[in-house]
Structures are given as structure tokens and as C-alpha cells.
Ligand binder design. Structure first.
Ligand code: MF3
Ligand code: CO
Ligand code: CO
Length: 328
């Protein structure tokens, strides 16, 4: 569903009610909460340039990384994945996203890592927290605040750590208590869409095969693919100029090469893929209030496919590996 429903159209949620009588101005919509003060990072931890009020420095980083950089990214990627899995275990009704952020901040420091989102410059203000927490209709870049999670919510946590001079970027969507069937299907199809994208990431193929695979899978399930946010090259920089669309982009024909590192991070919606940005300059929500899910990995291209650099030590507690496939 590309377009936002008109007031008298049926709601995206399948209730059969008119949009205006259902989710148009739902009282359950996520609203801006209270954001606590900035948490410091000790000076013993190596920081990216934007820490402590700095700016993002961009330079022409090679798309194909050296074996040394790849090994550093594998180690940092694992730290990020282990942090994400540990945060997932805290999720239950009643915990606030602020408390999840405090745990992420603490875990990053214990791992001698800088939480990359912290103070990352944006269109209005720098990102004020150490993890992005995106609940229900929030697509991405949600700011942790004092809202307690509610039974039935879905929440994406996006963890990026900086250690050994490189970034590891990964996210997953988690269930809070008992979640409705549509949301369960949305989360499973989103996870599968990332898997399809990873399968399409092979040397010698054009980059746009990744988006083609993701879009086919998500749209076959009746879901939308967000256009406004893309995967990205990553390494010594958090985001390089390389962009990975999650939909088929005819002009994105650069050939995938062994040693390239980038993220794939599809955002899939139950309704329209159109985005609305809050005044905070960060929080991106679906224009129709439909729920949305995301999974992300940092990858390195090998001689015959792609390796996931953000693989946790224990896959059994991570939803990317432990979520059951959608029943046929
Ligand atoms: N981790 C996000 C990504 O996947 C970027 C977050 S930028 C932040 O690219 F500043 F919001 F943290
Ligand atoms: Co990313
Ligand atoms: Co991310």
C-alpha cells in the first residue's frame, strides 16, 4: 500500500473500520516523551569525531577493505550484536526506552566501545542517546524517553558501537508480551526480507539485486518498503557515500566486489511506506500510523556471498536467528 488511506478508506490494520474511525488519530499513537540529560563517556574510550560536540568528518574511504580492517569490523560487529541481544532480554511491559538506553550506554562502556549514535549530528539537534528505540509506527531513529513499553508493542533497537577505529551497526525488532497476528507476520516477513537481501549480496552482481529481492518478498506479503532510509557503506566511518536501497533502483548498477562492507537494513510497513518526521528532526513515523519493523546487519562480501559481521556469540537469544519462519 503506497498511499496513505483517505478518511473514509478502510484502515490498513484490517479491522474493516474506516481509517478516520480507526488508526487515523489513534489514542495509542506514539508521542514525544521526556528525554533525560546526556550521559558522559569516559575519556579512556576512543571516540568518533562527533563526540563531545564535534562534527562528522568525511573522507574517501575505500569501498573494499583491507583484511586488517575486516577483522577489526568482525570483532566490533560481534560486540554490537552481543549488546543488542543482551538488550533484547530486558524487554518486557513496563520498562522504559530510557532504561534500555542506560543499559546500552553502560554495556558499550564495559566493552570499551563508544555508542556511535550518541551526539551524532542531525538536521535539528545531535542524537541525544546511545541507542535508537523505535516503537510500533516509529520507523527508525526513535529517541529513548520515559514511555514504558506496553503489552502488545513491537520495538526496534538499533545498536552501533565504535571500537578499534571501526563501527558495527545492527538492529532487530522485538515483541513486547503478546503481540497481534498482523505485527507478528510483519516482523517475520521483515526478518525474511533481510535474509533475501543478504542472499542477493554476491560478488559480480549489481547492487540493485539486493533491493529487488527485498521488495519482492515484502510486497508479496502485502507490505510496504520504506524509500527514505537506506543501507550504507560502513567501516572507519559510520556512513560512507555507498547507498543500498531496499527497493529496486534501476540506476544502482555498481558491481558488488569481495571485501566491500555495507549494511542492509530494510524498514517494512503494514500500510503505506510514506514517512513523516517529527519536529525533533530524528523520529521517523509512518504517515498512516501503520506499524513498521526493521532488521539490520553489517556485512562483508566474500568470494561467493556475504558474511554477517554482526553475528552474536549466542544466536539462541537473538530474534534474527531464533524467530520461526512464516508458516506457508
Ligand atoms: N544505526 C542507524 C543506521 O542504521 C543510524 C542511526 S544515526 C543516529 O544507520 F544518530 F540516529 F543514531
Ligand atoms: Co545502518
Ligand atoms: Co543501525
Amino acid at each position: 500500500m503506497a498511499d496513505v488511506p483517505k478518511a473514509n478508506d478502510p484502515c490498513w490494520c484490517g479491522s474493516g473500520k474506516k481509517f478516520k474511525r480507526c488508526h487515523k488519530n489513534a489514542s495509542t499513537a506514539i508521542r514525544p516523551g521526556r528525554v533525560s540529560p546526556l550521559r558522559p563517556v569516559p575519556d579512556t574510550i576512543a571516540k568518533p569525531t562527533w563526540a563531545d560536540g564535534g562534527t562528522v568528518e568525511r573522507w574517501d574511504e575505500p569501498r573494499v577493505k583491507s583484511p586488517d580492517i575486516i577483522e577489526r569490523m568482525r570483532r566490533t560487529g560481534r560486540e554490537a550484536a552481543d549488546t543488542l541481544a543482551a538488550l533484547g532480554q530486558l524487554i518486557q511491559p513496563g520498562i522504559t526506552t530510557e532504561e534500555i538506553d542506560a543499559a546500552c550506554h553502560q554495556m558499550a562502556i564495559e566493552r570499551n566501545s563508544y555508542p556511535s549514535p550518541l551526539e551524532y549530528p542531525g538536521m535539528v539537534d545531535p542524537f541525544p542517546k546511545s541507542v535508537c528505540s523505535s516503537v510500533n509506527e516509529v520507523i527508525c531513529h526513535g529517541i529513548p524517553d520515559d514511555r514504558p513499553l506496553v503489552d502488545g508493542d513491537i520495538i526496534n533497537l538499533d545498536v552501533t558501537l565504535f571500537k578499534e577505529g571501526v563501527h558495527g551497526d545492527t538492529n532487530a525488532t522485538f515483541f513486547v508480551g503478546d503481540v497481534d497476528e498482523l505485527s507478528q507476520r510483519l516482523v517475520r516477513v521483515t526478518r525474511e526480507s533481510l535474509e533475501r537481501g543478504i542472499e542477493a549480496a554476491r560478488p559480480g552482481r549489481p547492487l540493485n539485486e539486493i533491493g529487488r529481492a527485498i521488495q519482492e518478498h515484502a510486497e508479496a506479503a502485502g507490505f510496504g518498503v520504506v524509500r527514505d532510509f537506506v543501507g550504507h557503506g560502513i567501516g572507519q566511518q559510520f556512513h560512507t557515500d555507498l547507498q543500498i536501497c531496499h527497493y529496486y533502483h534501476p540506476r544502482q548498477t555498481d558491481i558488488i566486489e569481495p571485501g566491500m562492507t555495507f549494511t542492509i537494513e530494510p524498514m517494512i510497513t503494514a500500510g503505506s511506506w510514506k514517512v513523516r518526521l517529527w519536529d525533533d528532526g530524528w523520529t521517523a513515523v509512518t504517515a498512516d500510523g501503520s506499524r513498521t519493523a526493521q532488521f539490520e546487519h553489517t556485512l562483508v562480501i566474500t568470494d561467493d556471498g556475504a558474511d554477517i559481521l554482526t553475528t552474536p556469540s549466542d544466536t539462541s537469544i537473538h530474534p534474527y536467528w531464533s524467530l520461526a519462519a512464516t508458516p506457508a
